[in-house]
Design a protein around this ligand. Structure first.
Ligand SMILES: *Cc1c(COP(=O)(O)O)cnc(C)c1O
Length: 225
């Protein structure tokens, strides 16, 4: 399947999910996760009209960015090591994995402009997942006030990979509730208007629960180099 064909199908599913819950269909943006695929396939995604690209590894992401001449809006969705911060914030427009103060400190030290960040929250509580515990979130957001180059644009979560995507719904709902808590703080540096949640198998559920960015790899661009 071409990316264009996959995109048409996915866009239909997005529109249907929006309709089910009375949302505007353009309130959901698709991030094409290109970590599994070739440069050509990533280029095909941009040519199909997708403007958001997601990569989860620093070296590979930087390499693809250069090959594609920095076209599009780039999202870093993987675990970010402090020593990679300088390079990554120059290339990527959004960081989806802010989850510790040491990382915030490093971003502050290296940044020369505002860095748009999602705070990653481990809502499911699985040991294998990165991110803050929900109970740590408010204290963490408040502590970010000392870092003038960090803007908290939203929250991000990785849901457990369930056989039945419906089983992930409570995780998405929880992230939405946490977003409301952050928004209630009315912190100027944390508008927190975005929710980055939902992947190939569960994006329709995430959208019903309020996702504004869905991160789709396998079912959009595929899974082989
Ligand atoms: C790989 C990845 C995705 C995309 O997963 P698919 O199931 O292939 O759609 C989304 N988010 C993150 C953080 C990822 O690492």
């Amino acid at each position: 399947m071409t990316v264009k064909q996959n995109l048409a199908r996915i866009q239909q599913e997005i529109d249907a999910a929006c309709q089910r819950v009375g949302r505007e269909k353009n309130s959901v943006k698709i991030i094409a996760v290109t970590k599994y695929v070739s440069d050509e396939r990533a280029k095909e995604a941009l040519e199909a009209g997708i403007s958001h690209i997601g990569e989860n590894r620093a070296e590979e992401g930087a390499r693809k960015w250069h090959v594609l001449n920095g076209n599009g809006t780039w999202h870093f969705i993987g675990t970010l090591q402090s020593r990679k911060v300088k390079e990554m914030i120059e290339i990527f427009d959004y960081i989806h994995s802010l989850d510790r103060l040491s990382l915030a400190k490093e971003i502050q030290k290296r940044a020369s402009k505002i860095v748009k960040c999602f705070i990653q929250v481990n809502v499911s509580g699985e040991d294998s997942k990165h991110g803050l515990q929900p109970s740590q979130l408010i204290e963490f957001v408040t502590a970010l006030s000392q870092f003038s180059f960090i803007e908290v644009v939203g929250l991000m979560t990785m849901a457990p990979n369930e056989e039945d995507p419906e089983a992930t719904r409570p995780n998405f709902r929880k992230l939405k509730d946490l977003q409301k808590e952050v928004q209630a703080l009315k912190l100027p540096y944390a508008p927190c208007e975005e929710l980055s949640m939902g992947m190939s198998n569960d994006f329709h559920i995430a959208i019903e629960e309020g996702a504004t960015f869905v991160r789709i790899g396998t079912s959009l661009v595929g899974k082989e180099m």
